[in-house]
Ligand binder design. Structure first.
Ligand code: GTR
Length: 371
């Protein structure tokens, strides 16, 4: 597939639903951006039943002198309550000590189990290299996504859906799915960060791998408090264009994970050309904040080329803001990162995973914006 044929197939990021051409940042902010957010809520991720709940509280346990006296640990219970009961999201946070200013942070939405997020650091994982993140001058924050909503097709009875949904009659076809619930949780971490003087809430990057990457993108698109958004191997309904037509399709993902998206999204099984959005529009919602997308050579299911092209087709919005974006349209060789102006991309040699190589690129790129 050539870039020209994509250009014809994709909805144009700077043309509104009624055909108006967006030429200024003001028009983008007032008209097109909200329109795209609504389209994604309506047809893909669903409308959240609640934003910041009235009953939200933070309960922090602090341990000093960890990581060879380089960090303090905060274990924060983020508690919330709704008509269906109470929930708790457990945030684990290591903050570098001896800083003059509050630290910038990486928040990982962990979709791989608690073995990667050992608070005692007896087990260490490249998936969340907390020591290294701290050494580089960042706070390392992580949440485990199943705190918010178990990753199973449970009819939306469990997790935050069970706590906050109050539908009369049957569940609406545009109600939020699991990805939206996990993204909602990332925003509740930002509510907490606003209260923590050790972390600079204006310099927080949200990161996720695979389904966690889809979540990071949707969280960063909706919540403009995230200063940077990083998607690792997020693939279908993450960074990859649905119209790319390779790797995982909308039908594949809806069949295997019906709980991730709303019911409306199922109408587009096998009908990608009819979808009123494509994933470059999701990336465009992050503009002008820095966005980083990473792929892996052996992760064909996530379709690396379509992940890259999403950035290319989101670039006009960055350019509207006077940013050069990636600065090239050429798909790079493996292991040769492109760190452009507010946009970064790399194709790592290897399989579907989040590795030290990936983290190194994220931190190098972040150093330019969050330090
Ligand atoms: C796969 C799914 C992908 C990706 C991945 C993951 O099975 O098809 O969309 O999200 O899981 O989260 O590891």
């Amino acid at each position: 597939m050539t870039t020209e044929s994509f250009t014809r197939m994709l909805p144009d990021v700077l043309t509104t639903a009624d055909g108006e051409q967006i030429t200024t940042v003001e028009q983008w902010q007032r008209k097109r951006r909200p329109e795209i957010v609504t389209l994604f809520r309506e047809y893909v991720y669903g409308h959240e039943s609640v934003q910041r709940p009235a009953a939200l509280s933070f309960h922090t346990n602090v341990t000093q002198g960890l990581m060879g006296n380089r960090a303090i640990r905060k274990q924060v219970d983020i508690r919330y309550e709704g008509p269906g009961g109470q929930g708790v999201l457990r945030l684990l946070l290591f903050v570098p000590v001896g800083r003059e200013k509050p630290a910038p942070a990486f928040l990982l939405v962990n979709n791989r189990g608690a073995e990667h997020t050992d608070p005692d650091r007896e087990r260490r994982s490249p998936f969340w290299p907390a020591e290294w993140i701290v050494e580089r001058g960042y706070a390392a924050a992580v949440i485990n996504y199943t705190d918010l909503d178990p990753d199973e097709d449970d009819g939306f009875r469990n997790g935050v859906h069970g706590i906050f949904d109050e539908f009369e009659g049957s569940r609406p076809a545009n109600a939020w799915g699991a990805i939206a619930a996990w993204a909602w949780g990332a925003s509740r971490v930002m509510d907490y960060m606003e209260t923590d003087p050790d972390v600079d809430v204006a310099r927080v990057a949200v990161v996720g791998h695979s389904r966690g990457g889809k979540t990071a993108l949707w969280a960063g698109a909706l919540d403009e408090r995230f200063a940077m958004v990083i998607s690792n191997n997020s693939g279908c309904t993450g960074a990859a264009l649905a119209r790319g037509n390779r790797g995982e399709t909308i039908k594949d993902i809806n069949d295997r994970f019906p709980h991730w998206f709303n019911a409306n999204y199922k109408r587009f099984n096998g009908r990608e050309p009819d979808l009123p959005v494509d994933q470059h529009m999701l990336l465009s919602l992050i503009a002008p904040r820095p966005v980083y997308v990473s792929s892996a050579t052996q992760d064909e299911w996530a379709d690396p080329l379509s992940e890259f092209l999403s950035l290319i087709y989101a670039a006009p919005v960055y350019q509207l803001f006077g940013k050069h974006a990636l600065g090239t349209e050429r798909f790079p060789q493996p292991d040769t990162p492109i760190h452009g102006d507010r946009m970064g991309y790399h194709l790592r040699t290897g399989v579907h995973d989040l590795t030290e190589y990936d983290w190194e690129q994220f931190m190098d790129f972040a150093d330019r914006y969050l330090k």
